[in-house]
Design a protein around this ligand. Structure first.
Ligand SMILES: [Zn+2]
Length: 531
């Protein structure tokens, strides 16, 4: 590695927003062995260059720490990148557009092979309703179809897929799930709510070829967006998923640092399975335990008593509980469970988390703060779904929708994430939404909950690092921390708000290596050539 006092890479002539209070602004960052060696001004450059380091002249562009996305679903992202996209971004505006997309794909596939498509949003369909099995049958009856809703929490199957997964008039609703039925005949309409787990067992997974191709695309997407760390929040994560992550890491297919949350089953099996932590280039570590708390069927699942028990076991084992809670009642239930666990076994700095925290009135946010609960939320949902929220969310709830400013004022640590592929993966969209509170069409959603640009950047860096107790390792450009950083085309703290969403990532540096170079700023062949 050479002399540890000499850098092997220097980024100079930059507008560096370090997020380090000891030195908030700088022009030069020097890196050695994957870590930040020093931060300084251009005039200090000549003292750094005697070891003949590689120097990137940033030409005044802005550098911030690499983005940390603390809530993604990597398998679903990979699947969505190889699936047929029937979302509004792909010009799908009606059920017949969906049928046409499927018809096209079906012509190239042998009959019997599964067609996966996703991203539909009934709000943006002309018919303003979910498609049914009968709609999908008109596209093809020779291929089973799994159509995934943009939230990932609802699916539509065609008749052949229903038959293959064993869902019929006689099938009763599984726990936490709902089979939509024709009121007159009782026949399933094909629309399934909260049945992701059921389908993961009955629909064949992507074959290893498709999955690896999907991971390659996902890796490229993450690096091109400057995302150097992810946390995989899938409730189905188990030892098999862990082994897959290990393999992709070893093969260099998945470059960002990965923290894999554990599903309940993996948590229970944890003592016997090998979730060894890997550091360095193959960085992979286990994270908190993911609990989905939902009200799809009209009542809390798991029940309050079950939740209390679960959280208390997780808490006593020294793990973080990571609770998916959207509605006020679920957030309240999550608070109650965490409060019970803390009462019977106090622990400071537990960093239990609530994910999404969508509808949260001020008293509840004060309670979150007093219990030391962190929130990981998705400002980009405002951008992607704002118009729908304004039309469909009841006024009483709309008043408290994603109240990021209030949460922060009350002292809650709030990190930003994408929940991709459910929301757009691009952190700049999240940062823009947290500041502007505007939807894609420019409609305002609770403008007074907008936050300052620097705080919005912190949500995806410094604050996100706290969610895994890693604020001493990453999240700011500070000597001794990992050399994960991004060169941006514009400064999000100075540009007019409207232009922030168009900021591009020019260069991504991960562990001191250039892993993305959009326009050749780092004089390396672009990523496309490398891959
Ligand atoms: Zn999620």
């Amino acid at each position: 590695m050479g002399d540890p006092t000499l850098p092997d890479l220097i980024l100079s002539n930059a507008n560096i927003i370090t997020l380090d209070p000891l030195r908030p602004q700088a022009e030069v960052v020097a890196i050695h062995g994957g870590k930040i060696l020093s931060v300084g001004q251009n005039r200090e450059l000549k003292n750094l260059t005697c070891g003949n380091p590689k120097i990137i002249d940033c030409r005044g562009k802005t550098i911030i720490p690499g983005f940390i996305d603390p809530h993604v679903h990597l398998h679903s992202l990979a699947e969505s990148l190889v699936a047929v996209n029937v979302g509004p971004q792909n010009n799908v505006r009606s059920i017949s557009d969906i049928q046409n997309k499927i018809r096209q794909v079906s012509q190239e596939l042998p009959s019997g092979s599964w067609i996966r498509c996703g991203g539909y949003n009934e709000f943006y369909l002309k018919e303003k309703r979910h498609p049914t099995r009968w709609d999908l049958d008109l596209a093809t009856s020779m291929h089973p179809i799994k159509l995934t809703h943009r939230t990932g929490h609802a699916h539509v199957l065609n008749s052949l897929a229903l038959k293959l997964t064993g869902i019929s008039k006689e099938t009763s609703d599984p726990k936490g799930g709902l089979i939509d039925r024709d009121i007159r005949t009782g026949e399933p309409t094909g629309l399934l709510y909260g049945m992701g787990d059921f389908l993961s067992q009955s629909v064949p997974p992507l074959d290893s070829h498709q999955l690896e191709h999907g991971i390659k695309l996902a890796n490229r997407e993450l690096l091109s967006l400057g995302i150097t760390s992810i946390q995989d929040a899938s409730s189905r994560n188990d030892i098999e998923r862990w082994k897959l992550f290990e393999r992709w890491k070893a093969q260099g297919r998945l470059e960002p640092r990965v923290c894999m949350m554990l599903g309940i089953k993996a948590f229970k099996d944890y003592p016997k399975d090998d979730f060894s932590v890997k550091r360095g280039k193959d960085y992979l570590r286990p994270g908190g335990v993911k609990i989905i708390l939902d009200e799809t069927t009209g009542r809390l699942n798991p029940t309050q008593a079950e939740l209390n028990e679960l959280v208390s076991v997780i808490h006593q084992s020294g793990f973080q509980a990571v609770i998916h809670a959207i509605e006020e009642t679920s957030i309240q239930a999550a608070c109650t469970a965490i409060e019970c666990a803390l009462q019977s076994s106090p622990r400071s700095d537990h960093r239990h988390r609530i994910e999404h925290c969508s509808v949260c009135p001020p008293p509840l946010s004060k309670q979150l703060a007093s219990l030391g609960i962190m929130v990981v939320t998705q400002p980009s949902f405002i951008y992607a779904n704002g118009d729908r929220y304004l039309e469909t969310v009841p006024r009483l709830q709309l008043k408290h929708l994603y109240p990021i400013a209030t949460l922060m004022e009350n002292g809650v640590h709030v990190a930003g994430s994408s929940d991709c592929p459910i929301g757009p993966a691009n952190p700049m969209i999240g940062i823009y939404s947290a500041i502007s509170r505007r939807s894609e069409t420019g409609k305002a959603v609770l403008v007074k909950q907008g936050i300052m640009p620097l705080d919005a950047v912190r949500m995806y860096t410094e604050y996100a690092a706290r969610t895994t107790f890693e604020e001493k390792v990453k999240g700011s450009i500070t000597p001794g921390k990992v050399a994960d950083l991004v060169v941006l085309s514009g400064d999000p703290t100075r540009l007019p708000t409207d232009e922030i969403k168009n900021i591009q990532v020019e260069v991504t540096v991960l562990s001191g290596q250039v892993v993305w170079d959009k326009s050749g700023l780092a004089h390396n062949p672009p990523f496309e050539v490398r891959g």
